[in-house]
Design a protein around this ligand. Structure first.
Ligand code: 8ID
Ligand code: ZN
Length: 357
């Protein structure tokens, strides 16, 4: 697609003004190149994936307050139309992604160790700063992600949060080729990519979600076992017996947005298994019996998106065709309906919004 470098004075954006919404399309000003602060870039957003985190932000159901009014979105794919930075390797015209971590200092201990999401000065796209549900987004050269040549922008968009997050979470689990991984939430945006990243690493997958559409999708993507959490009466037993030796899986990457997915995760893991917490249902505790946690050496870890290198690797695997996002493309103005369907658990894979429609 040819690039339009024209920068208008006004644009379309999906915005909400108060906790709980409503979210609607409005005409808002475009930040002009002369107004960019040092380290900022203006990105012409072409597509943006819709993550369940965007819905959490609109509902205001997390213990960290977001900016208001807010333009959400953190799976933005487009190209740079202007920059105020002469130190960066990024170029005007380059395809880039706007991911959740919009900015980090890249100097503190966490940044130095590659834990940029933990940086005290981290900014989050579509949460603490306006994100990608707009046609022209201001972002930061410190964290903009180059999109590899040959990867279409709409295919790339969901990799920028969903893909990076699950790719990192699987790495954090330490699960190896030939071992078994459970993915609760496997049919959702994060989950269906987790099935594929796991597969590409030789990891065997037990998928948990609900409904025949999600079942067919995850099986097609390489999950060997399927458990429907709405119809299965004994999830612990079903997961453990899905692994041929009956000892349970080596790890779980919980990619579900519902609290129930965390209830059984520690129980069905095999001794020394690890539960990687990724999904962020509000007001949810992970309760574990100390005795069995010690006696069976089970582990729980949190995994929060990924760093620039994780984003680079996750996109490279997508560009190589190892991982493919399954998505439906809708106009920007359909976001309220997308949130309704997401809330009702009706979405399989991802929704990608087209900023030009
Ligand atoms: O950095 C992070 N840790 C991070 C990054 C991005 C997203 C965390 N998240 C969080 C989101 O905020 C959200 O809480 O991960 C969660 C999943 O995001 P998503 O993949 O964007 O949501 P989705 O597309 O709605 O998919 C969720 C799936 O979970 C299933 C649903 O059926 C849906 O397919 N699910 C639910 I809700 N309860 C379940 C359960 N008990 C379940 N699947 C299995 N068991
Ligand atoms: Zn996200």
């Amino acid at each position: 697609m040819s690039q339009d470098m024209n920068i208008p004075k006004e644009q379309k954006a999906c915005i909400f003004h108060k906790k709980g919404g409503p979210v609607a399309v409005e005409t808002v000003p475009v930040v002009q190149p002369s107004e960019l602060k040092p380290g900022e870039a203006l990105v012409r957003v072409m597509y943006s994936g819709v993550c369940h985190t965007d819905l959490h932000a609109m509902l205001g159901d997390w213990p960290v307050p977001n900016k208001l009014p807010l333009i959400g979105g953190h799976e933005g794919a487009g190209y740079i139309v202007a920059m105020n930075d002469d130190q960066t390797d990024l170029k005007v015209g380059q395809n880039v992604g706007i991911k959740w971590i919009a900015h980090s200092c890249n100097k503190c201990e966490f940044c130095r160790q590659g834990y940029e999401p933990l940086c005290k000065s981290a900014q989050c796209s579509g949460y603490s700063v306006d994100g990608s549900f707009q046609q022209f987004a201001v972002s930061y050269t410190s964290q903009l992600t180059p999109i590899p040549d040959g990867l279409p922008l709409d295919d790339a968009a969901p990799i920028l949060c969903a893909g990076v997050t699950v790719y990192k979470a699987i790495k954090e689990s330490g699960v190896k080729a030939g071992e078994w991984l459970v993915i609760p939430g496997a049919g959702g945006g994060l989950g269906h990519l987790a099935v594929q990243y796991a597969n590409s690493m030789g990891i065997r997958v037990i998928a948990i979600d609900t409904g025949s559409e999600k079942e067919q999708l995850v099986k097609k993507l390489g999950a060997e076992k399927w458990i429907d959490f709405k119809t299965e009466k004994d999830i612990v037993k079903a997961v453990q017996s899905a692994v041929p030796d009956g000892l349970g899986p080596h790890a779980a990457v919980v990619a579900a947005a519902g609290a129930a997915a965390y209830e059984q995760a520690l129980e069905y893991l095999r001794p020394h298994g690890v539960c990687v917490a990724v999904g962020l249902p509000p007001d949810t505790d992970i309760k574990v019996p100390v005795f069995w946690t010690v006696f069976l050496s089970k582990r729980v870890v949190g995994s929060y998106v990924g760093n620039r290198q994780d984003a680079h690797e996750a996109l490279a695997l997508a560009a190589a065709g190892k991982v493919k996002t399954l998505y439906k493309t809708l106009p920007l103005g359909d976001l309220p309906k997308v949130y309704d369907d997401m809330h009702a658990g009706k979405l399989t894979g991802r929704i990608v919004l087209d900023m030009n429609k």
